[in-house]
Write a protein that binds this ligand. Structure first.
Ligand SMILES: Cc1cc2nc3c(=O)[nH]c(=O)nc-3n(C[C@H](O)[C@H](O)[C@H](O)COP(=O)(O)OP(=O)(O)OC[C@H]3O[C@@H](n4cnc5c(N)ncnc54)[C@H](O)[C@@H]3O)c2cc1C
Length: 409
């Protein structure tokens, strides 16, 4: 069944009243949190378009960087895990997993675990006394004791300043392209050095474009597990973890709260350097000798010339292309969450434009929680991926249950 049939859209589906919790966002994090909150008999409202970012802002034909078994949405009983989905449809998971399979699974999860999602967007979240006042784009106004912000990546697109003056038909961000076949027979530069840059380059090439991948840094690849050593030794040396083997990955995955206790500069190092941009090894065959790779080439000037784009590198070399796709990723910047009322925004304590969160994902404003990408500075790199959704959902739910019980008393 398609999602639009399952999702309530009518204004009278949610009368204006008081909620225990409003979840803003219906991606993997928002849906997982909602599934856990609903199981606690709380009065929950969920807003957003289910799995929208995956359906509209990722390229068709993309393969997941995470293993399928590390990309579950979470419900308290595990009744709607990826494994259960494959059992239900009589299929088996394989890696790397096509994005389309993940989307089908996540919509199945939504239909079963969180059937009452309202697709209306939230236009304002405001703190009034001890409550939050949540205004929707269609004018409805709700009151809630708590709010969970799970708005994902879309507000945080990062475009380097040197491209800002360029018209959109010449320079775009990778998240703007769901279909890359419009670039067939075009010369395209992809700027970036991580998974999105490499996979966008591969897909563009496979769709008939001539591709130049331009990266400021040398490319980094996620290592393959060494299959020549015995399995036990391999597991001891680099245990299997959801986002790549290794002890650090396993620790970050299983004990995200330990990350919060690390000194700030260690956390920053892990986030930006240790877990900086890198590509899955299965992409190598799809880009080597197919895409022109220009590593360690910082771009210093960008100009439109005769309807094309001229890029000038630091060493003076130039490259002229029909279009530039910036696969330059995302950076948390709370001020971009336009639905946060200015007064509320100024009350949220931040570090490097990210909210500072307590171990329960709660910001400095009591009752206001952030999960997913916004939480990565506090909880580690895996909160940029689906794998963090279960721990986040559990923590947020237990904190909200306590908070609601306290306020009812
Ligand atoms: C190219 C690419 C590839 C990736 N590959 C992987 C991968 O292989 N494995 C992995 O684990 N992760 C991957 N990720 C990361 C993954 O996308 C995120 O971890 C995940 O989507 C975050 O989920 P989320 O629920 O926080 O946000 P999102 O999935 O971004 O969902 C945001 C939700 O918020 C809603 N929303 C936005 N604004 C409002 C509003 N004002 N009111 C109400 N609702 C609103 C949207 O409609 C949507 O429902 C990838 C990311 C990119 C960009």
């Amino acid at each position: 069944m398609s999602v639009s049939l399952d999702v309530q859209k009518t204004q009278d589906s949610l009368p204006t009243e008081h909620y225990d919790v409003v979840v803003v966002g219906a991606g993997p994090y928002g849906l997982s949190a909602a599934a856990h909150l609903l199981a606690q008999n709380l009065k929950v409202a969920v807003f957003g378009k289910p799995i929208y970012f995956w359906r509209e802002h990722m390229p068709k034909g993309m393969l997941l960087r995470s293993y399928w078994w590390a990309t579950d949405l979470s419900d308290p009983q595990g009744a709607y895990s990826f494994d259960r989905y494959f059992q239900a449809i009589g299929a088996q998971g394989t890696d790397p997993l096509p994005v389309e399979t993940f989307i089908d699974y996540a919509l199945w999860f939504q239909k079963n675990a969180v059937p009452n999602v309202d697709e209306t967007y939230v236009s304002c979240v405001e703190r009034v006394g001890k409550q939050f006042v949540v205004t929707l784009e269609d004018g409805r106004v709700l009151h809630s004791r708590t709010v969970v912000m799970a708005t994902g990546l879309q507000y945080y697109r990062y475009c380097p300043a040197e491209y800002e003056h360029m018209p959109v038909h010449l320079v775009s961000h990778s998240s703007e392209h769901h279909c890359l076949d419009t670039f067939a027979n075009k010369v395209v530069a992809v700027v970036g050095g991580g998974q999105a840059a490499l996979e966008t380059s591969a897909l563009l090439h496979e769709n008939g474009a001539t591709v130049h991948l331009v990266s400021r840094h040398p490319l980094r690849w996620i290592p393959y597990a060494n299959m020549r050593i015995p399995a036990l030794l391999r597991q001891l040396r680099a245990p299997k973890a959801g986002m790549g083997s290794g002890w650090l990955n396993l620790l970050l995955e299983k004990y995200p709260y330990a990350f919060q206790r690390l000194p700030r500069n260690t956390r920053d190092y892990v986030l930006t350097t240790r877990h900086g941009p890198a590509g899955s090894p299965w992409l190598k065959n799809r880009v080597f000798n197919k895409v022109t790779i220009q590593e360690q080439k910082p771009i210093t000037a960008v100009e439109a010339v005769d309807g094309r784009v001229r890029l000038t590198c630091a060493n003076g070399e130039t490259l002229t292309v029909d279009h530039v796709i910036l696969a330059t990723g995302y950076r948390t910047d709370l001020t971009r969450l336009s639905m946060l009322h200015p007064q509320l925004l100024t009350s949220i304590r931040t570090y490097m434009k990210s909210p500072e969160l307590n171990p329960w994902f709660e910001s400095s404003v009591s009752g206001l929680y952030f999960i997913g990408f916004s939480a990565a500075r506090s909880f580690g790199p895996f909160y940029r991926f689906v794998i963090g959704d279960a721990a986040a959902a559990r923590r947020v739910t237990s904190a909200i249950v306590r908070q609601v019980a306290h306020s009812r008393r």
